[in-house]
Design a protein around this ligand. Structure first.
Ligand code: X90
Length: 280
């Protein structure tokens, strides 16, 4: 029997533009101001966007991919695995589910599996890498979907934010929670909760303390030696420091560091770090 080819699809909150050895497509979120629209795709100059937004004084917001954007990303694939940003903070998952229905109705032999990551950024990267490995090993579709669903329960996301202004202005955290970051060098350390919302864990004074607190929280969540993915907003130095701290505690580890793309940069803001990892 011919092996069915499987396409991987994610929204741009996954900060992933391509995945080696598999068919992959990304559905873009957008960042909006009164006079400009930034599409979070491969052509977006994230640093230039951050510059422009820091000089901009008006309102800014974001928009999730629409049903049509998801259908375009699915393309013509017979089997699709689709990973979205948390449904509790975005309409992306909902739009993907509607697109799945349309796609399967129009082409009864096609299948789409939509996974709500209940997270953002590097936790999605881990999920995509797991699916990528399964596909490349020749695993069949249903098994990949099951493996991925089980794996998603064993991954987590922690973050450290220097400002939560954009999150608060767009109603993604309460103004009270947002006060935890930004005042007098106070950084907010938190995690993606079990229901895919921002959960504040600690308020830390200073970068070093915030990063140690991330490492402590990883340990408390059962981290032992699994893969770690760190995305940063103009703060590679902090990401590298966190990696050193983790290696000092655990020995050699599989840690990758990369700059966040548009959507995560907008919400995590300058200096922010997102840390996806395997709980153990
Ligand atoms: O649909 C839309 O317009 C997108 C809204 C996205 C809102 C939240 C994005 C968060 C990005 C910030 C820190 C980590 C959050 C963890 C969430 C569970 C990253």
């Amino acid at each position: 029997m011919l092996m069915q080819s499987i396409k991987l699809v994610a929204d741009s909150s996954a900060d992933t533009l391509s995945l080696e050895g598999v068919d992959f497509a990304c559905a873009s979120l957008k960042i909006l101001t009164d006079n400009k629209e930034y599409v979070d795709d491969a052509t977006l100059d994230v640093a230039a966007m951050a510059q422009e937004l820091s000089a901009y004084k008006g309102k800014s917001s974001t928009a999730c991919p629409g049903v049509g954007d998801w259908l375009t990303a699915f393309g013509e694939a017979e089997r699709v695995i689709c990973v979205t940003i948390t449904s509790n903070l975005s309409g992306s998952y909902n739009a993907a589910c509607i697109a799945k229905q349309d796609y399967e109705e129009q082409n009864p032999e096609r299948r789409v599996f939509v996974l709500d990551s209940l997270s953002a950024g590097p936790e999605l990267r881990l999920l995509l890498e797991k699916a990528q490995a399964c596909i490349r090993s020749g695993m069949e579709y249903d098994a990949v979907c099951e493996t991925l669903t089980a794996y998603a329960k064993k991954t987590a996301l922690l973050f450290v934010l220097e400002s939560m202004k954009n999150l608060a202005n767009n109603g993604r955290v309460s103004p009270l929670v947002a006060k935890a970051a930004g005042l007098l060098g106070i950084r907010a350390v938190g995690k993606a909760s079990n229901v895919g919302t921002l959960e504040l864990l600690n308020k830390c004074r200073g970068r070093e303390k915030a990063l140690q607190t991330i490492a402590d929280n990883m340990q408390a969540l059962g981290y032992s030696s699994g893969r770690v993915r760190i995305s940063h907003c103009g703060n590679e130095a902090a990401a590298r420091l966190l990696r050193s701290m983790l290696i000092a505690r655990y020995g050699q580890l599989d840690v990758e560091i990369y700059p966040a793309r548009g959507l995560c940069s907008f919400y995590a803001e300058q200096g922010g770090l997102l840390v996806g990892f395997e709980k153990g």
